[in-house]
Ligand binder design. Structure first.
Ligand code: UD1
Length: 453
């Protein structure tokens, strides 16, 4: 039978049972749900996380690499692409600009030769706030880019003044009207740029514009994150001339054009850190491979202080948890090689059960402690003053129904639920799916009792 409208030939919604308050956006008591009930993770805590796992490709690398693919003259073949909702948004942005894309298993192909557009659609920017990473590459390739900034995000203010300062130094004109940006140029040139803070996003945007600029760019105070080095490797594979990645000064000699290439995305050190924290707090024994342990030195150092036994190999680490973790003392987040802000939430979940007092200072984002009040609902002894959290380890956490409010905060709730007594229901999976591929499958393969209901 031919389908007529969303409700079929009768033109009216079939009757459904009341939503019990779980339908998204439902406010009214007894409302008949318009959307399927929201799914959640159901986790029965208390099972040690043990076994071997290979981490997926890194979210923080694949997104800038996809943005950089618009600079290429031919197809880009990417391997080890994580299946994340943010990867999907990036591919949709590329398609909206006229690129041809394909995704199968963990491989993606982007053919930017048919790219004509320069407007990054507002609705996609709203879905992925880090879309600003397309600004430098699209403008460098087409001569202009339109981007609507959605303002602050769940982590607090997300200014891009440093991105714009760098792009302007390269010869870009950037007009700002409220939240709308129009960047354009009539030829980019190399420049000597100093970043007062090693911003990851600004470094990426400047790099992408500088590789096609005329002459040499020296970028001082650049971010040193391993994902920046991965972006440099990708760009070099396409013909860019860049030296200095991993250090604070990048030297970029502009070239006339870039070619396509084949490239495998680096392993996700943040996924590895999340799994190690979960194994450590559940008393497990975990071997994670497929990432570079030196990229995770700060996190491994903290886990060691907490009593975990570590065996570190070239591309894998084996962690054996002690019967009970102890506090690592003080932990301050900082740009690489410091303790990563992305690992702070899951570390605080582990610290909630560690013996002694942990003091964590979040130095990168001004609103990255939202998960703490939820940990408190689970029984954690946590206080927060400004950017500093004081956590006194308790002996037990208790399963609760909670909602993830951001990506890594969601991972923290899952970590705590894995170690808690009883059952937890974690909603807000859309946040978690932005950065973890099939997290529940990975965790259940490691022995956790977790399902999606
Ligand atoms: C940041 C993290 C990165 C992490 C990512 C996702 C750092 C240094 N960066 O990258 O590791 O993977 O979030 O969680 O840890 N800022 C400005 N002006 C700018 C740009 C940034 O003031 O133009 C400030 C922000 O307000 C914030 C900090 O710099 O305090 C964030 O640094 P940045 O590295 O730019 O953020 P992301 O690129 O999102």
């Amino acid at each position: 039978m031919q389908k007529k409208g969303v409700y079929g030939s009768q033109g009216r919604a079939p009757s459904r049972p009341p939503c019990e308050g779980l339908c998204r956006g439902c406010r009214a008591e007894g409302c008949v749900r318009r959307e399927p009930a929201e799914r959640c993770f159901r986790i029965r805590g208390g099972r040690p996380l043990s076994g071997k796992v290979k981490v997926h490709g890194a979210k923080n690398s694949v997104l800038p690499v996809l943005a950089a693919s618009v600079l290429c003259g031919g197809p880009v073949h990417l391997a080890r692409v994580p299946r994340l909702s943010d990867t999907g948004v990036s591919l949709r942005i590329l398609e909206s600009l006229g690129c041809v894309t394909a995704l199968s298993e963990d491989e993606a192909v982007v053919d930017p030769s048919s790219l004509t557009g320069s407007r990054i659609p507002d609705r996609l920017v709203r879905e992925m706030r880090s879309s600003s990473v397309f600004l430098g590459s699209v403008a460098a390739r087409t001569g202009e880019a339109y981007l609507c900034l959605p303002g602050g995000c769940e982590l607090g203010a997300r200014p891009i003044d440093l991105h714009l300062m760098g792009l302007r130094a390269l010869g870009m004109t950037v007009e700002e009207k409220g939240e709308k940006l129009h960047a354009f140029h009539h030829g980019l040139h190399g420049a000597d740029i100093t970043l007062p803070f090693p911003s990851v996003g600004a470094t990426e945007n400047i790099l992408m514009a500088a590789v096609l600029a005329k002459g040499r760019t020296v970028l001082r105070g650049a971010a040193r994150e391993p994902e920046i080095a991965d972006l440099c490797r990708f760009l070099r594979r396409c013909g860019a001339e860049i030296v200095g990645e991993g250090g604070p000064v990048l030297y970029i000699d502009g070239v006339k054009a870039l070619s396509g290439c084949s490239f495998a995305v680096m392993g996700d050190r943040i996924e590895a850190a999340t799994l190690f924290c979960a194994a450590a707090v559940t008393g497990g024994e975990l071997e994670a491979e497929g990432f570079s342990p030196s990229d995770l030195a700060a996190v491994l150092g903290v886990l060691k202080k907490m009593g975990a036994e570590l065996k570190i190999y070239r591309d894998r680490v084996r962690l054996k948890a002690p019967p009970r973790l102890c506090s690592p003392g003080r932990v301050d987040t900082a740009p690489f090689p410091g303790f990563p802000t992305d690992v702070q939430p899951v570390l605080s979940a582990a610290a909630a059960l560690a013996e002694g007092r942990t003091v964590i200072t979040e130095n990168i984002f001004d609103s990255r402690f939202k998960h703490l009040s939820q940990l408190r609902e689970m029984g954690a002894d946590v206080r927060c003053t400004g950017r500093t959290a004081t956590i006194d380890g308790v002996e037990r956490l208790y399963g609760r129904t909670l909602r993830a409010l951001d990506l890594r905060g969601g991972a923290a709730l899952v970590t705590a639920a894995l170690a808690a007594e009883g059952e937890s229901h974690i909603y807000g999976l859309a946040h978690i799916e932005r950065g973890y591929e099939r997290l529940e499958e990975t965790l259940s393969q490691l022995g956790a009792e977790i399902g999606r209901v």
